[in-house]
Design a protein around this ligand. Structure first.
Ligand code: C6P
Length: 422
């Protein structure tokens, strides 16, 4: 295994937005795979690689600052607390939250959505209420609502997906009524790449009296986000899909909602005062962060959002668009390929099938050529059913991908076709 030598100052300053140069900030990309194969990492919708500043921040945190937060008064505890709190301020700025109290650190999108389902849903959803979802949701934005609906006697209604992979907006409007208490929708589909018009959807849903939750797992890493401009009540995302470590993410919620909600988990740090048979809660967001949090993860997330903001989220989006168009053009030229998702507004998660090759076989064969893609149901089984498939292959791009990665994928698919003689 070879890694790129790094020089601290150069890397922290960064080269501006040039994907080919940016690759040098991601040491993992420099290694060879299966002997001498160049690594074409195209599984970014699952998780992204980490840049040197994030890796260095983790080392530095453990070398100089490691301690628990919001507890002790010694120097290390103060350093750790300062870094943890500063990361919350950075995340709040990054998503336009307005105030840091609106940002709850979680393990990621899944935990953020579950937090809302338990802490808000259990208090405010009643028998006969409707929870409006869409057919393109990830399981993380289906299962928590199924559990809640079963417990409360509420009803789940799904907005259908049209044949081109976009949401049926007319059906969405028809589904709105005073019974709809929550509309939970993905900002960008991890299968179809579809970017939903969440501002317009949120406006209509809130005007009908519903709360709006947006699953930003696939959007926050790829485009500028301003949760206040989007007009949403809740916004969930994962750090690991945007250059930060695994096991850290956040939930944005409007402050008054957080204040009205019951705690999600009980334990240390989420209380104000405890007696043997009673307790009062800490101020938000601490009410929702029971126990010792993922401090180093939060520090890494703070550095990651700085890294992305310095590059410019608008530039990242522009790069995504260009490389997505290039990928779709190149893949479309392959005989026997079918691409799922042709919505006019789409991002860089590109799912496809190649006639005569099972997606699992295809992903193993392209891996031999150094190409990492994902295969399977993408944690979106209802959507697979809608598409009439059991599984798909998926290539997904990020800021460090270049045309050469796509060309390598196309070459590898060609070799897989030769292998299967299709
Ligand atoms: N999708 C994928 O390969 P977590 O696991 O909590 O970080 O994110 C869950 C999640 C929620 N919503 C959407 C739209 C997602 O894409 C994901 C994660 C990965 O597509 C892993 S299944």
């Amino acid at each position: 295994m070879t890694t790129t030598p790094v020089t601290g100052d150069d890397i922290l300053r960064g080269p501006g937005f040039d994907p080919a140069m940016l690759r040098f900030q991601f040491p993992i990309l420099a290694q060879k795979i299966h002997g001498d194969k160049r690594l074409a990492y195209l599984d970014n919708a699952a998780t992204t690689q980490k840049p040197q500043p994030v890796i260095c921040a983790l080392c530095e945190y453990y070398e100089f600052c490691n301690s628990n937060v919001h507890r002790a008064l010694h120097e290390l505890a103060e350093r750790a607390t300062e870094q943890y709190d500063e990361s919350r301020r950075k995340v709040a700025r990054f998503i336009g939250a307005g105030q840091e109290e609106s940002v709850v650190f979680t393990r990621g999108t899944t935990e953020s959505i579950n937090l809302v389902a338990y802490a808000w849903g259990r208090k405010f959803i009643e028998e006969g209420d409707v929870i409006l979802l869409t057919e393109m949701e990830h399981h993380s934005n289906i299962i928590p609502w199924q559990i809640l609906a079963r417990e409360k006697g509420a009803k789940l209604v799904y907005v259908p997906v049209l044949d081109d992979g976009s949401l049926d907006i007319e059906a969405f409007h028809r589904s709105l009524s005073s019974k709809v208490k929550l509309f939970a929708v993905t900002h960008m589909s991890n299968v179809l790449g579809t970017i939903n018009p969440v501002k317009e959807l949120a406006d209509a849903a809130r005007a009908a009296g519903a709360r709006v939750l947006v699953d930003g797992a696939q959007s926050a890493p790829h485009m500028p986000i301003d949760v206040q401009d989007l007009g949403v009540d809740f916004f969930a995302f994962s750090g690991h899909k945007m250059c930060a470590p695994t096991g850290i993410g956040a939930l944005y919620a409007r402050r008054e909602l957080l204040e009205d909600m019951d705690p999600f988990m009980g334990g240390g740090e989420m209380i104000n005062r405890v007696s043997l048979d009673d307790a009062t809660w800490a101020e938000v967001p601490h009410k929702f962060e029971a126990g010792t949090p993922n401090i180093s993860g939060a520090v890494g997330l703070g550095v990651a959002v700085d890294f992305l903001a310095n590059l410019g989220m608008d530039k990242i989006l522009e790069h995504d668009r260009r490389l997505t168009a290039y990928t779709i053009e190149k893949l479309s030229a392959i005989e026997g390929i079918k691409i799922f998702g042709k919505a006019p507004e789409r991002g860089g998660a590109i799912s496809f099938e190649v006639a005569g090759i099972h997606p699992h076989d295809l992903s193993q064969l392209v891996d031999r050529e150094g190409v990492a893609i994902r295969a399977g149901h993408m944690c979106a089984q209802p959507l697979m059913k809608r598409l009439g498939v059991g599984a798909v292959s998926r290539a997904s791009v990020y800021l460090y991908n270049v045309e050469e990665d796509v060309d390598q994928l196309v070459y590898a698919i060609g070799k897989a076709k030769d292998f299967f003689k299709v």
